[in-house]
Write a protein that binds this ligand. Structure first.
Ligand code: ADP
Ligand code: ZN
Length: 724
């Protein structure tokens, strides 16, 4: 498929276009699909990728333009091009947008040597106080990096340069540190329990087979799933292949990286948006060359140019953080399975509370199923009880029931750690004027503003809008009449501070001052047992190992159940399963209390009885009966505009233009659950179809023939939406 000078090639551009453009190959080069090239389009230069094609459009109407040059960048491999095609075909996102996720700035990584500084033994001409401090640090005879010297001696970088000029200090160039030092599969293999060993052997076999397979690794919280899939990773490394581990909150999981290092001697290469751009570029090239053996990453790591990827692990596979919410709306778990299939490699999905989708795939034999029904080391699962808030509620204005409070007291007095869990950021979800009833609404969204007392602001959790909390009600001018309705974690912290004034308490919430770094530190402090009482939102529920934690109190276990969303029960079951699963992972047994107004709800019953199988059975039967995913297919089309009328009119026109097909139900348009978001009015159309129907083909044909978008209108397609 090589194209020679004078012949033409198709080029896909990393923009919101599905089509390719045709260019002529210039004199002196030959091009292959996957090559990264520079081309001109509409008078602008852009980078693109040579693509297999069946005839694109000329980039200019009167004559075919030449490719400007081929860039010195690793080509997009055939497996990646197929993956891009697949993801675009599934999500209906333009191919260019998907390809963009796989394309990085093509400049080769900077191989700058590191400079370190050492004393020469010569004295400087003039010995200032600053200079002598530097020489004192260097008196150890070792070489130090400039930054370290500057810090240790408390001097400006110029002082070191002056010492170099005077011959008292000399720089030495070291080769750059490898971005991804090789993991050692034999570094410190764990002694596996018999159940773990059996599971690990099955996964190692899957790795050795070098064929596609998907396995659901289902084990209760604390079963030791990580140790099990580490053995599959070890096998992959032993065979010289690369492994990818996807994690939902990689930016926060130092603990995971340390565990990996304890097993393999080094940390894995870490891939997420928090990694500095330069380092990411180096890492990208190391992965393309096959030098980075194991990558632990966020969902975007699926688009990394692995030279020889032989295993994908999706940890906490049920986690909704795997769904990308903008741009190409792909689900990283599902796309991991696709990537593995295209590579003919195994994929392992690990969870204590698998998604209904994966459970059904395992039940039907499409996926292998490995069960670890007990915790490692004979530890017990936490005992879970309901606190019936209809009869055991605390007094007005308080949110912790007396029974939970008593347990917190008992736990703290034993020197153990307790967690109070509430999945609500801020102080109160709603603020209103006691005098006139005025409520604070976001100017950009159909949402109430949430009071954040630490930040002294009313904030929108959808668009980030913030405004100061006023003294007087803006509607009736009454002063000091604002009332907080309902609790957020900050309000719980306030209640706790009054009850346990001398207890070391921390709030863990994504809007904590100090951002990710601070959160990481706090999470580590909790893991080390330096904190007595933790108040947290869903981010504490994810995968953390808190060995000192023995009590989990869920303040509002019903939150998220009453939404009418068909996935509400599943999501609540997963969240409660994860958060209660943080208790009792160390030496002491754990317990959990769920504050609920509906203790008879199947989710609460499943938690209390521990009969997870019954929950899955019931939930799966319900989905099957209603034709909901994974037994049917769904898609959501959202039309938006800065004005309401055109959005609604277009959505109606779209529905009218929908081809009639007996198997496909077109519902709506209706106002989206958040009717106005970031200043855009939104109308939604839902599609439902049996599993055998190719919903994407239907939508493609519909949109191609339907009314055309104009002006401010936008249409957003979500195949298999997670939220309704
Ligand atoms: P899961 O991921 O299933 O929730 P983990 O893999 O985090 O469980 O294991 C739970 C705890 O048990 C961790 O502290 C882990 O270090 C420990 N553990 C698991 N397997 C072993 C083993 N084979 N030897 C020693 N400790 C283990
Ligand atoms: Zn808003």
């Amino acid at each position: 498929m090589m194209a020679r000078p004078g012949e033409t090639v198709e080029v896909l551009l990393p923009v919101a276009l599905d089509r390719t453009y045709t260019y002529r190959v210039p004199f002196g080069i030959e091009l292959m699909p996957g090559d990264v090239v520079r081309v001109a389009l509409a008078g602008r230069e852009t980078v693109g990728v040579v693509w297999e094609g069946d005839g694109g459009l000329p980039a200019s109407s009167n004559r075919l333009r030449h490719v400007e040059e081929r860039l010195d960048a690793p080509p997009l491999r055939a497996d990646m091009r197929r993956f891009v095609e697949w993801v675009a075909g599934w999500t209906l996102a333009p191919r260019g947008m998907v390809m963009r996720m796989a394309l990085r700035a093509p400049e080769p990584p900077e191989e700058r040597a590191r400079l370190v500084y050492r004393r020469t033994g010569r004295e400087p001409e003039r010995l200032t106080a600053a200079r002598s401090r530097v020489l004192a640090v260097l008196a150890d005879g070792l070489a130090h990096e400039k930054r370290a010297l500057v810090e240790a001696a408390g001097v400006s970088p110029g002082v070191i340069d002056a010492l170099v000029d005077q011959g008292a200090v000399t720089p030495i160039a070291l080769p750059p540190a490898p971005v991804a030092p090789p993991p050692d599969p034999g570094f410190a293999a764990a002694r596996l329990s018999p159940a773990q060993a059996e599971a690990a052997a099955a996964l190692q076999q899957a790795v050795a087979a070098r064929r596609f397979s998907a396995t659901l690794l289902e084990g209760v919280t604390g079963a030791g799933k990580t140790e099990v899939y580490f053995e599959a990773v070890a096998e992959t490394v032993r065979q010289g292949g690369q492994a990818l581990i996807l994690l939902p909150e990689i930016a926060l999981t130092n603990q995971f990286l340390d565990r990996f290092a304890a097993r393999f001697g080094v940390r894995p290469a870490e891939w997420h948006s928090g990694i500095a751009a330069k380092k990411r570029t180096r890492l990208w090239h190391a992965i393309a060359k096959g030098e980075a053996a194991v990558v632990a990453g966020a969902r975007s790591a699926l688009f990394l140019p692995f030279a020889d990827l032989r295993l994908i692990v999706v940890d906490e596979e049920h986690d909704s953080a795997y769904k990308q919410d903008e741009g190409p709306r792909y689900h990283a778990r599902d796309m991991a399975v696709v990537r593995a299939r295209l590579l003919d490699a195994p994929v392992v999905l690990a969870s204590a509370t698998p998604s209904i989708e994966s459970r059904v795939n395992a039940d039907r034999g499409r996926y292998g199923h490995i069960l670890l029904p007990e915790r490692f080391g004979g530890r017990a699962l936490p005992r879970i009880e309901a606190v019936d808030m209809r009869v055991e509620a605390p007094e007005r204005g308080r949110f912790i029931a007396p029974r939970l409070l008593a347990e917190v007291r008992r736990t703290l007095s034993r020197g153990e750690q307790a967690l109070l869990f509430l999945n609500r950021r801020g102080y109160a979800p709603l603020t209103l004027c006691r005098h006139c009833g005025h409520r604070f609404q976001c100017p950009n969204c159909t949402a109430w503003l949430v009071e954040h007392r630490f930040r002294k602001a009313l904030m929108c959790h959808h668009c980030g809008h913030a405004e100061p909390v006023p003294r007087a009600c803006p509607a009736c001018r009454t002063e000091d009449a604002l009332a907080a309705c309902g609790p957020g974690v900050e309000r719980i912290a306030e209640e706790v501070a009054g009850l346990f004034p001398d207890t070391h308490t921390v709030i863990l919430s994504s809007d904590l001052f100090g951002g990710t770094e601070r959160l990481k530190q706090e999470l580590e402090a909790v893991a080390k047992g330096e904190v007595e009482l933790v108040i947290g939102t869903q981010l504490v529920a994810k995968g953390h190992n808190f060995p000192h934690l023995t009590l989990v109190g869920v303040l509002d276990a019903d939150l998220g159940l009453g939404t009418g969303d068909p996935r509400a029960a599943e999501r609540t079951f997963q969240l409660l399963g994860q958060v209660t699963g943080r208790a009792g992972r160390g030496e002491r047994p754990g317990q959990a209390l769920l504050q609920t107004y509906d203790p008879g709800h199947p989710v609460m019953q499943a938690m209390i009885s521990g009969d997870r199988a019954a929950f899955y059975e019931r939930e799966i039967a319900m989905r099957a009966g209603a034709g909901l995913p994974p037994f049917g297919r769904m898609a959501a089309l959202t039309v938006s505009d800065v004005e309401r009328a055109p959005a609604e009119a277009f959505a109606r026109a779209l529905v009218q233009a929908a081809p009639r097909e007996a198997a496909i139900r077109v519902l709506g348009p209706a106002e989206a659950p958040i009717a106005v978001l970031r200043g855009r009015h939104r109308f939604r159309i839902l599609l439902q179809a049996p599993r055998e129907v190719a919903l994407q083909d239907y939508i493609r044909a519909w949109l191609a023939a339907g009314p055309k978008l104009r002006a401010q209108l936008a249409l957003d397609i979500d195949i298999d939406p997670m939220n309704f």
